[in-house]
Structures are given as structure tokens and as C-alpha cells.
Design a protein. Structure first.
Length: 213
């Protein structure tokens, strides 16, 4: 079984993907961590959002230590902003495409794979067995992300997170290559007024109903 979960930042897609992976015994890949790992690597190398060249970012993918994706440092807003910038670069996305497809084709464990990101169902795995697109109101997502960051000890303000997320949405949805959008055959779930349990139950019910057809 292959499941694609796409959606906007702080919409709940990662939480859903992890729960589906555990429920169905699937390997899980948070593809956003790949771009965050690259963003952190570039920032540590002295790059900035303003001066990062696409050829430099794409070349860095080839030597990127994926263990960086396990670092808590990738969860900062600065890294998220850099990740959003490099994710809009076609050559960077191309460099990561084979890795993501290879993970789905040859999962390291389990009975398949679930990948979450921005373009899994629309570009990376268009033939996935099940596709979900998770979204929520911008204000709701900004409040969620603010609580998340404050919970890790970071000093952030809601208005700053809101503005950063608005800019990130514009980059993700407006980029020419693999923009954030729901695949035509994806189940769209608005989590603005839903908790994680409700989203999970809806997704599992959708998979069960589809399997019975």
C-alpha cells in the first residue's frame, strides 16, 4: 500500500501520515525533512535566503548527510523559511525526486509506504493507492505552529509566525515547479475545526471504504 499525504504547513499532514504508517504497518518518510536538512546545511555553510543560488543548492543535495534531518535544529522558523525557498528550485526538487520514489518502491520496512509533503500525490507518486490533501485556515495554522515552537523553548510571536507562514504559502502555492495543490483524486480534509483523532478516523474510513469497492 502506498499513501500520499500532502498539505500546507501546520495543517496536520505529518501527524496523519505518522498515524497511518503505524496503523497499516507502513514505512514513513516526511519529505519536508529533506528540504529542511538541506536548508540547515546551507545556513550552516553561511548561505542566506537572499543569496542562495539554485546550482549551489542542487549541488549540495549530492553530498547532503541525511542524518541532519534528525537534528532538532531543522524545526526552527529560519530553517523552515530556507527550506521553502530551496524547495521552489526545480533542480533541487529533481535531485530529491528519485530518493523519494525509491523509498516508496523499496520501503525499508513494513507493507508499503506513506510519504507526506507538498507534491507527493500530484508529482512524486501520482499512482499512489490513496491520496490525501490536508489544509486549514491560515490563522489556525499559525496558532498551531506558534504553540509548537514555544513548546520547544523558542521565543516567537504569533504575528511573526503568521507573516512567515503567509509568505511560505505564497512560495509553495505559486512556484512554477510542483506547486502545492491537491491531486485531482485526493481526499481533501480541512482540519481547521478537527482534532488529530477526527482526521485520522476520517482517513482510515476512506481507505476502508475504497478497499471494499
Amino acid at each position: 500500500m502506498i499513501i500520499a499525504v500532502d498539505g500546507s504547513a501546520a495543517s496536520g499532514k505529518g501527524t496523519l501520515a505518522k498515524r497511518l504508517a503505524g496503523h497499516f504497518n507502513l514505512a514513513h518518510l516526511d519529505t519536508g525533512t529533506l528540504y529542511r536538512a538541506l536548508g540547515l546545511h546551507l545556513l550552516r555553510s553561511g548561505a542566506t535566503i537572499e543569496n542562495t543560488a539554485e546550482n549551489t543548492a542542487a549541488a549540495a543535495v549530492k553530498t547532503l548527510d541525511l542524518a541532519v534531518a534528525l537534528s532538532p535544529d531543522i524545526r526552527t522558523d529560519a530553517v523552515a523559511a530556507m527550506a521553502s525557498v530551496v524547495a521552489a528550485m526545480p533542480s533541487v526538487r529533481a535531485a530529491f525526486t528519485n530518493l523519494q520514489r525509491g523509498f516508496a518502491a523499496r520501503p525499508p520496512h513494513g507493507a508499503g509506504a506513506v510519504l507526506d509533503g507538498r507534491d507527493i500525490g500530484s508529482v512524486i507518486l501520482p499512482d499512489a493507492d490513496f491520496k490525501f490533501f490536508i489544509d486549514a485556515d491560515l490563522d489556525v495554522r499559525a496558532e498551531r505552529r506558534t504553540r509548537e515552537l514555544q513548546g520547544t523553548g523558542q521565543s516567537v510571536m504569533l504575528r511573526d509566525v503568521l507573516e512567515d507562514m503567509r509568505q511560505r504559502d505564497e512560495r509553495d502555492r505559486g512556484r512554477a515547479t510542483a506547486p502545492l495543490k491537491a491531486a485531482e483524486d485526493a481526499l481533501v480534509i480541512d482540519t481547521s475545526a478537527m482534532d488529530a483523532d477526527g482526521v485520522f478516523d476520517l482517513a482510515v474510513a476512506h481507505i476502508a471504504a475504497s478497499a471494499e469497492q
